[in-house]
Design a protein around this ligand. Structure first.
Ligand SMILES: [Zn+2]
Length: 170
Protein backbone atom coordinates (compact mmCIF):
# COMPACT_ATOMS: atom_id res chain seq x y z
CA UNK A 1 0.00 0.00 0.00
CA UNK A 2 1.37 3.42 -0.91
CA UNK A 3 1.47 5.88 1.94
CA UNK A 4 -0.19 9.09 0.87
CA UNK A 5 1.58 12.41 1.35
CA UNK A 6 0.23 15.05 3.68
CA UNK A 7 1.54 17.98 5.74
CA UNK A 8 0.71 18.44 9.42
CA UNK A 9 0.42 21.78 11.23
CA UNK A 10 0.10 21.83 15.04
CA UNK A 11 -2.39 24.54 16.07
CA UNK A 12 -0.76 26.58 18.85
CA UNK A 13 -0.95 25.06 22.33
CA UNK A 14 -4.39 23.56 21.69
CA UNK A 15 -3.15 20.08 20.86
CA UNK A 16 -5.16 20.26 17.63
CA UNK A 17 -3.44 19.34 14.40
CA UNK A 18 -4.36 20.58 10.94
CA UNK A 19 -3.63 18.14 8.13
CA UNK A 20 -3.35 19.17 4.50
CA UNK A 21 -4.24 16.06 2.54
CA UNK A 22 -2.48 14.90 -0.60
CA UNK A 23 -5.18 15.91 -3.08
CA UNK A 24 -5.26 19.43 -1.60
CA UNK A 25 -1.48 19.76 -1.97
CA UNK A 26 -1.74 18.52 -5.55
CA UNK A 27 -4.44 21.12 -6.29
CA UNK A 28 -2.24 23.91 -4.87
CA UNK A 29 0.78 22.68 -6.85
CA UNK A 30 -1.26 22.75 -10.05
CA UNK A 31 -2.11 26.47 -9.66
CA UNK A 32 1.28 27.60 -8.35
CA UNK A 33 2.42 30.72 -10.29
CA UNK A 34 5.68 29.17 -11.38
CA UNK A 35 5.30 30.53 -14.92
CA UNK A 36 5.66 34.36 -14.93
CA UNK A 37 2.53 34.67 -17.07
CA UNK A 38 0.21 32.71 -14.78
CA UNK A 39 -2.43 34.83 -13.04
CA UNK A 40 -3.31 34.47 -9.37
CA UNK A 41 -5.71 31.66 -8.51
CA UNK A 42 -7.74 30.86 -5.45
CA UNK A 43 -10.80 29.27 -3.97
CA UNK A 44 -12.23 27.78 -0.83
CA UNK A 45 -11.09 25.19 1.70
CA UNK A 46 -13.28 22.39 3.07
CA UNK A 47 -12.78 19.63 5.56
CA UNK A 48 -13.79 17.79 8.66
CA UNK A 49 -13.15 18.65 12.30
CA UNK A 50 -13.05 15.63 14.62
CA UNK A 51 -11.83 16.19 18.14
CA UNK A 52 -8.21 17.24 17.92
CA UNK A 53 -7.90 16.68 14.21
CA UNK A 54 -8.76 19.22 11.53
CA UNK A 55 -8.52 17.60 8.13
CA UNK A 56 -8.35 19.83 5.10
CA UNK A 57 -9.77 17.51 2.47
CA UNK A 58 -10.84 19.66 -0.46
CA UNK A 59 -9.59 22.84 -2.13
CA UNK A 60 -11.89 24.29 -4.80
CA UNK A 61 -11.47 26.93 -7.51
CA UNK A 62 -10.58 28.94 -9.39
CA UNK A 63 -13.74 29.10 -11.52
CA UNK A 64 -14.48 31.01 -14.75
CA UNK A 65 -16.44 33.78 -13.06
CA UNK A 66 -13.54 34.74 -10.75
CA UNK A 67 -11.51 37.80 -11.77
CA UNK A 68 -7.85 36.95 -12.03
CA UNK A 69 -4.64 38.90 -12.74
CA UNK A 70 -0.94 38.50 -12.07
CA UNK A 71 -1.28 40.37 -8.77
CA UNK A 72 -4.94 40.00 -7.86
CA UNK A 73 -7.65 37.43 -7.41
CA UNK A 74 -11.29 38.38 -6.84
CA UNK A 75 -13.52 35.41 -6.18
CA UNK A 76 -17.12 35.08 -7.37
CA UNK A 77 -18.68 35.27 -3.90
CA UNK A 78 -22.14 34.14 -5.05
CA UNK A 79 -20.73 30.96 -6.58
CA UNK A 80 -18.73 30.42 -3.41
CA UNK A 81 -21.80 30.63 -1.22
CA UNK A 82 -23.55 28.01 -3.37
CA UNK A 83 -20.48 25.80 -3.12
CA UNK A 84 -20.51 26.02 0.69
CA UNK A 85 -24.13 24.81 0.76
CA UNK A 86 -23.52 21.99 -1.73
CA UNK A 87 -20.42 20.61 -0.02
CA UNK A 88 -22.00 20.90 3.42
CA UNK A 89 -24.56 18.33 2.27
CA UNK A 90 -21.72 15.87 1.67
CA UNK A 91 -20.36 16.48 5.17
CA UNK A 92 -17.58 18.90 4.28
CA UNK A 93 -17.37 22.10 6.31
CA UNK A 94 -16.14 25.43 5.01
CA UNK A 95 -12.83 26.16 6.76
CA UNK A 96 -11.43 29.16 4.89
CA UNK A 97 -9.88 30.43 1.66
CA UNK A 98 -6.72 29.93 -0.40
CA UNK A 99 -5.02 31.92 -3.15
CA UNK A 100 -1.66 32.08 -4.89
CA UNK A 101 1.07 34.73 -4.81
CA UNK A 102 3.82 35.22 -7.45
CA UNK A 103 6.58 34.92 -4.83
CA UNK A 104 8.59 31.95 -3.58
CA UNK A 105 7.74 32.11 0.13
CA UNK A 106 4.38 33.88 0.42
CA UNK A 107 3.43 36.41 3.10
CA UNK A 108 -0.08 37.85 3.49
CA UNK A 109 -0.75 41.35 2.16
CA UNK A 110 -2.64 43.96 4.17
CA UNK A 111 -5.70 43.22 2.03
CA UNK A 112 -5.40 39.49 2.74
CA UNK A 113 -5.40 40.16 6.48
CA UNK A 114 -8.30 42.61 6.49
CA UNK A 115 -10.46 40.45 4.22
CA UNK A 116 -9.99 37.39 6.44
CA UNK A 117 -10.95 39.37 9.56
CA UNK A 118 -13.97 40.71 7.69
CA UNK A 119 -14.98 37.24 6.52
CA UNK A 120 -14.74 35.93 10.07
CA UNK A 121 -17.12 38.61 11.34
CA UNK A 122 -19.68 38.27 8.54
CA UNK A 123 -19.92 34.49 8.14
CA UNK A 124 -22.02 32.02 10.01
CA UNK A 125 -19.70 29.27 11.14
CA UNK A 126 -18.87 26.86 13.95
CA UNK A 127 -15.16 27.51 13.89
CA UNK A 128 -13.04 29.43 16.37
CA UNK A 129 -11.01 30.82 13.50
CA UNK A 130 -10.77 30.96 9.72
CA UNK A 131 -8.01 29.29 7.79
CA UNK A 132 -6.01 31.10 5.11
CA UNK A 133 -3.56 29.34 2.82
CA UNK A 134 -1.33 31.28 0.41
CA UNK A 135 0.48 29.25 -2.23
CA UNK A 136 3.91 30.51 -3.33
CA UNK A 137 6.27 29.11 -5.96
CA UNK A 138 8.74 27.33 -3.66
CA UNK A 139 8.36 23.63 -2.92
CA UNK A 140 6.03 22.70 -0.04
CA UNK A 141 5.87 23.26 2.85
CA UNK A 142 8.31 26.19 2.37
CA UNK A 143 6.11 27.65 -0.37
CA UNK A 144 2.95 27.56 1.75
CA UNK A 145 1.70 30.21 4.14
CA UNK A 146 -0.91 28.78 6.55
CA UNK A 147 -2.60 30.99 9.13
CA UNK A 148 -5.65 31.17 11.39
CA UNK A 149 -7.72 34.35 11.65
CA UNK A 150 -10.15 35.86 14.13
CA UNK A 151 -11.58 39.37 14.28
CA UNK A 152 -8.58 41.03 15.87
CA UNK A 153 -5.94 38.35 15.89
CA UNK A 154 -4.18 35.95 13.57
CA UNK A 155 -1.33 33.48 13.82
CA UNK A 156 0.86 31.66 11.34
CA UNK A 157 1.06 27.87 11.63
CA UNK A 158 4.34 26.04 11.16
CA UNK A 159 4.56 22.67 9.45
CA UNK A 160 5.59 19.73 11.61
CA UNK A 161 8.86 17.94 10.89
CA UNK A 162 7.12 15.01 9.22
CA UNK A 163 6.48 17.27 6.23
CA UNK A 164 9.73 16.28 4.53
CA UNK A 165 8.11 13.57 2.42
CA UNK A 166 5.59 15.95 0.93
CA UNK A 167 8.38 18.32 0.02
CA UNK A 168 9.93 15.63 -2.13
CA UNK A 169 6.65 14.81 -3.81
CA UNK A 170 5.74 18.35 -4.85
ZN1 LIG B 1 -2.70 37.63 -1.14
Amino acid sequence: MRRSMSIHYPIGESGQVLTLEQNVLAHFAKWRQSDPKMPEAGGQLFGVVQGQSVELMRATGPINSDRRGRFFFIADRFAERREIITLHKSGLHYLGDWHTHPEAVPTPSGTDLSSMADLFVRSKHDLNAFLMVIVGTAEFPKGLHVSLHETNAWSTLKAAEKAQKAQEAF
